[in-house]
Design a protein around this ligand. Structure first.
Ligand SMILES: Cc1cc2nc3c(=O)[nH]c(=O)nc-3n(C[C@H](O)[C@H](O)[C@H](O)COP(=O)(O)O)c2cc1C
Length: 134
């Protein structure tokens, strides 16, 4: 069994340099820790799905929790599962994936209010979309 979790947060100082840095660090660490998943990012939102062995997942999430590059970190879902949704670690900035949310929706906390099942369904959909492009 592996674990997965989904959280949402508010970017702080969102810029290309930060994104590049997060991507590079995550690529190295996640490979080492057998963590896969997907980070959706836009100016007003981080939405991340992480999956892997429990210990490594907790270790990674704890580091993310204390990262100053985002605030208001809010866990939406946490589950045990036999199957990974993502075979790699991916980071997606495409606006297409989250175009269903306006900036106002996000400001109003629409993503934060998703329940566990709704947020999981979203990443199941994203995982199929990402697979199509790989
Ligand atoms: C939105 C966001 C997502 C992140 N995702 C990951 C991740 O998946 N894996 C990871 O190792 N670090 C991630 N980080 C970076 C960690 O917070 C932390 O800076 C990093 O793990 C430190 O790596 P080090 O211990 O190798 O220096 C993320 C940071 C942010 C702000």
């Amino acid at each position: 069994m592996i674990k997965n979790l989904i959280y949402v947060s508010n970017p702080v100082g969102f810029n290309e340099k930060n994104i590049k840095n997060i991507l590079e660090t995550s690529n190295i660490n996640n490979k080492k820790n057998k963590v896969t998943g997907c980070l959706i990012y836009r100016q007003d939102l981080y939405l991340q799905f992480l999956e892997g062995p429990q210990k490594e997942l907790e270790f990674t999430y704890n580091k993310i929790l204390s990262d100053k590059r985002h605030t208001d970190i809010h866990k939406l879902s946490e589950n045990s599962t036999k199957r990974r949704l993502f075979t790699n670690w991916a980071m997606r900035g495409d606006p297409l994936m989250t175009s269903m949310w306006t900036h106002k929706d996000i400001k109003d906390g629409k993503v934060k209010k998703l329940n566990s099942n709704e947020s999981l369904k979203l990443f199941e959909k994203f995982s199929r979309e990402i697979d199509q492009f790989n």
